[in-house]
Design a binder for this molecule. Structure first.
Ligand SMILES: [Fe+2]
Ligand SMILES: [Fe+2]
Length: 138
């Protein structure tokens, strides 16, 4: 299995940690019911993505990298965090498309397809939450 694929899998694993901690933190802090429940759901899905990536890495003979520290910046206002997360969901979609192109079996590609669909959904829902947050906060 290619070293390039392993390095992309580990790179994306770090992005999943970042997404997980970001959504966990803001889900706990925010009181708006729609924002809270969406972020909790995203947290669960990002955690599943991290486990999936680790499983691929182990299966390919690699070592999943762990974070050195909690990889997020905290903002007093949720808006900058949402703007950043929308951009990161878009990058996640691109990254998974690249990973998919390096996968060798239909089974692996179909797992990645499910993940891509979830990241696209996160991007879409976060975009609408961002619009909601802007209208209520600005
Ligand atoms: Fe993810
Ligand atoms: Fe996501």
């Amino acid at each position: 299995m290619s070293d390039m694929l392993l390095s992309y899998l580990n790179k994306q694993l770090h992005s999943e940690y970042k997404a997980m901690y970001t959504y966990m933190y803001y889900a706990a802090r925010e009181n708006h019911p729609r924002i809270k429940s969406a972020l909790k759901k995203f947290y669960d899905e990002e955690q599943q993505h991290a486990v999936m990536l680790m499983e691929f890495i182990f299966r390919m003979g690699g070592t999943p990298e762990l974070p050195d520290s909690i990889p997020i910046e905290i903002h007093d206002d949720i808006l900058p965090a949402l703007v950043l997360s929308v951009a990161e969901e878009e990058s996640a979609v691109q990254m998974y498309k690249m990973i998919r192109s390096l996968m060798s079996s239909d089974e692996e590609r179909s797992i990645i397809d499910i993940t891509i669909a979830q990241e696209q959904k996160h991007h879409e829902v976060l975009g609408s939450i961002l619009t909601l947050a802007k209208s209520e906060l600005l």
